[in-house]
Design a protein around this ligand. Structure first.
Ligand code: GRF
Length: 203
């Protein structure tokens, strides 16, 4: 399986995936880490790991459609079986998303379908929920609306701030995302033609 990872910043989820890949020796190839920002901190880690990195800057394109087309061209050079969004902070066009149907996954820091969009930890605190978490899902044209593959749950504590809650969720993201990627590499998860997630019995 050829894997391409897209980031925009810190890249801690990408890092967790790369570490699990190295440690567990998945039968897959980490083909490239691609960022829309040249200053993404995660690029240095990928380089250090010997993974090819590319920057496709959104600033070089006048609209989403042309940016997504350029990004798709770069990604497709690697013939990816799986494209992983790991803190990639761009809304993607329907054409791009549909090109990768069943091959494109994202991690979102909430228990979808609640708290889509940005500032999910703030949203959770404002709503007064007692549990919160993260979701890995297949990407569909509806933002943060694709079929759920797996979720991790954390408690919301009375003394929580946005930061303390974000830290607790992030720790779980770093466990959840590599696990799901491994399932996909091992063909234990797939998206059916009807748009549902099918999991193998053993996951
Ligand atoms: C994570 O919280 C992820 O759920 C969200 O963006 C953040 C990215 O963090 N999509 P990092 O770049 O992986 O450290």
């Amino acid at each position: 399986k050829n894997i391409v990872i897209l980031i925009s910043g810190r890249g801690s989820n990408m890092e967790a995936i790369v570490r699990a890949f190295n440690l567990e020796k998945w039968s897959a190839r980490l083909c490239a880490v691609i960022s829309n920002r040249a200053d993404a901190a995660g690029l240095a880690f990928a380089e250090k790991e010997g993974i090819p990195t590319r920057v496709v800057s959104h600033k070089d394109y006048s609209d989403r459609k042309s940016y997504d087309a350029a990004l798709q061209a770069v990604i497709d050079k690697y013939r990816p079986d799986l494209v992983i969004l790991a803190g990639f902070m761009r809304i993607l066009t329907t054409g791009f998303v549909e090109h990768y149907t069943g091959r494109l996954i994202n991690i979102h820091p909430s228990l979808l379908p609640v708290f889509r969009g940005l500032h999910t930890h703030r949203q959770a605190l404002d709503a007064g929920v007692r549990v919160h978490g993260a979701t890995v899902h297949f990407v569909t044209p509806e933002l943060d609306g694709g079929p759920v593959i797996a979720q991790a749950v954390v408690p919301v504590l009375p003394e929580d701030s946005e930061d303390s809650l974000a830290d607790r969720v992030l720790e779980q993201e770093h466990r959840l995302y590599p696990r799901v990627v491994r399932w996909i590499v091992e063909e234990k998860v797939k998206l059916t033609p009807e748009g549902r997630v099918r999991l193998a019995d053993e996951v």
